[in-house]
Design a protein around this ligand. Structure first.
Ligand code: AR6
Length: 311
C-alpha cells in the first residue's frame, strides 16, 4: 500500500524547495518517519540491464561521488521522472536492506522532484531506531516548567475561542512561536469549547501547536465533559497527524478559573483512558505545571493512582 495521505513527503519537499531552512528539513524527516510508522510502501526504480532472472535496483551518484539508492514515495512523484520499471516495497524493509548494501551512502527520495532529498545511512539508522521506539512509547509524565521550551512533536495551547491570542500560556506560546503563528491562526475561523485545531510551531522547539479551548468555570457538571474533550480531542488530532509526543498545560486553571484539583484529575484520567484505548500507538504525554498548585495536585493524584485509589 502506498502512503494513504496525499503524499506528505512530496508536500514537505515543496516547502524545502522554496526554503531550505532547518525547520523544513525537520518537516521532511518527520514525513519520512511517518511513512515508516505507517508501514508505507515506496516505488523503487529497477535497472533494465539486469542479468536474466535477477533484480537490479537503480542507483544515483551525486556530484560528490557518493552512490545512493532511490525511491519514489507515490505514483505522482514517480510520474515527475523518466518512465522506468519499479517495484513496490515497505520503506522499513528497504531502509534495512540499504544499510546492508556495500558502497551505498543512503537514499534519495523522489529524485525527479524540485528538491530531491538525500538521507545518509547514519540518519536512516536513527529513523529506524526511532520508528521502533515510537511503537512502544506509551507514557504519561508530570513536568514542572515552561511549556514553550519543550522539544516534543506538539504542545497544546489553552486558547480562547477566537484563537487570536491572549494572556497566560496562550500569550507565552504566541510570543515564543513568533508572528507567523497569529497569521496561521487567523485562517482557522476560531474554535468551539472542547474542540482542537492544529498549526505549525514556527519558532518553537515543538513542531506543532494544538489549540484547544477550555471551559470558563461556572460550576456546572457538564463542564467536566468539555474539559475532558479538550484533552481527548487534542490527543485524537495528534494521532491523526501521526504525532507521538504531546505536552499539555493545565487547561482552564488560570484565567478560566477551573478548580485545580478537579481539573488535574480530569486531565490525568482522560489521558490515561486515551492511552489505554490507543495501546497500539506510541504516545508520550507530558502534563506541564507552571505553578506549585498544579504540580502538587498532579503529584497527589499520581500517588493515588499508584495506590489504585484513583477512579
Ligand atoms: N507553560 C506552562 N503552563 C503555563 C504557562 C507556560 N508558559 N503559562 C501559564 N501556564 P491560562 P486558561 C499555566 O490562564 O485558564 C488566555 O488569555 C497556568 O499557570 O493560560 O485555559 C487565553 O487566550 C495555568 O495553570 O489558560 C484564554 O482567553 C494554565 O497554564 C484564557 O487565557 C492555564 O492558564 C484561557 O484560560
Amino acid at each position: 500500500m502506498l502512503h494513504p495521505s496525499t503524499d506528505i513527503i512530496m508536500n514537505a519537499q515543496q516547502f524545502f524547495a522554496a526554503d531550505q531552512s532547518e525547520a523544513n528539513l525537520v518537516k521532511l524527516l518527520h514525513a519520512v518517519s511517518v511513512m515508516l510508522q505507517e508501514g508505507a510502501e515506496v516505488l523503487i526504480p529497477t535497472a533494465d540491464n539486469a542479468p536474466e532472472g535477477q533484480l537490479l535496483l537503480q542507483t544515483q551518484t551525486t556530484e560528490s561521488g557518493l552512490e545512493y539508492m532511490t525511491a519514489y514515495s507515490s505514483k505522482e512523484a514517480y510520474e515527475q521522472g523518466e518512465p522506468c520499471n519499479v517495484i513496490s516495497r515497505p520503506l522499513l524493509n528497504y531502509f534495512e536492506a540499504i544499510l546492508q548494501m556495500d558502497g551505498i551512502a543512503g537514499i534519495i527520495f523522489n529524485p525527479a522532484s524540485p528538491a530531491p532529498f538525500n538521507i545518509q545511512n547514519r540518519m536512516i539508522k536513527e529513523l529506524l531506531a526511532d520508528a521502533k521506539k515510537n511503537k512502544q512509547q506509551n507514557a504519561i509524565s508530570v513536568w514542572r516548567g515552561d511549556i514553550t521550551t519543550l522539544d516534543c512533536d506538539a504542545i497544546v495551547n489553552a486558547a480562547n475561542s477566537t484563537l487570536l491570542g491572549g494572556g497566560g500560556v496562550d500569550g507565552a506560546i504566541h510570543r515564543a512561536a513568533g508572528p507567523q503563528l497569529l497569521e496561521e491562526c487567523k485562517t482557522l475561523g476560531g474554535c468551539p469549547t472542547g474542540a482542537a485545531k492544529i498549526t505549525y510551531g514556527y519558532n518553537l522547539p515543538a513542531s506543532y501547536i494544538i489549540h484547544t479551548v477550555g471551559p470558563i468555570y461556572n460550576g456546572k457538571v457538564e463542564q467536566r465533559l468539555e474539559l475532558a474533550d479538550c484533552y481527548k480531542n487534542s490527543l485524537d488530532l495528534a494521532r491523526k497527524h501521526h504525532l507521538h509526543s504531546i505536552a499539555f498545560p493545565a487547561i482552564s486553571t488560570g484565567a478560566y478559573a477551573y478548580p485545580v484539583d478537579e481539573a488535574a484529575r480530569i486531565a490525568l484520567l482522560t489521558c490515561t483512558e486515551w492511552i489505554n484505548a490507543n495501546a497500539d500507538y506510541g504516545m508520550s504525554v507530558v502534563l506541564t505545571c507552571f505553578n506549585n498548585g498544579v504540580y502538587n495536585a498532579y503529584l497527589e493524584l499520581v500517588k493515588k493512582a499508584q495506590n489504585g485509589e484513583l477512579d
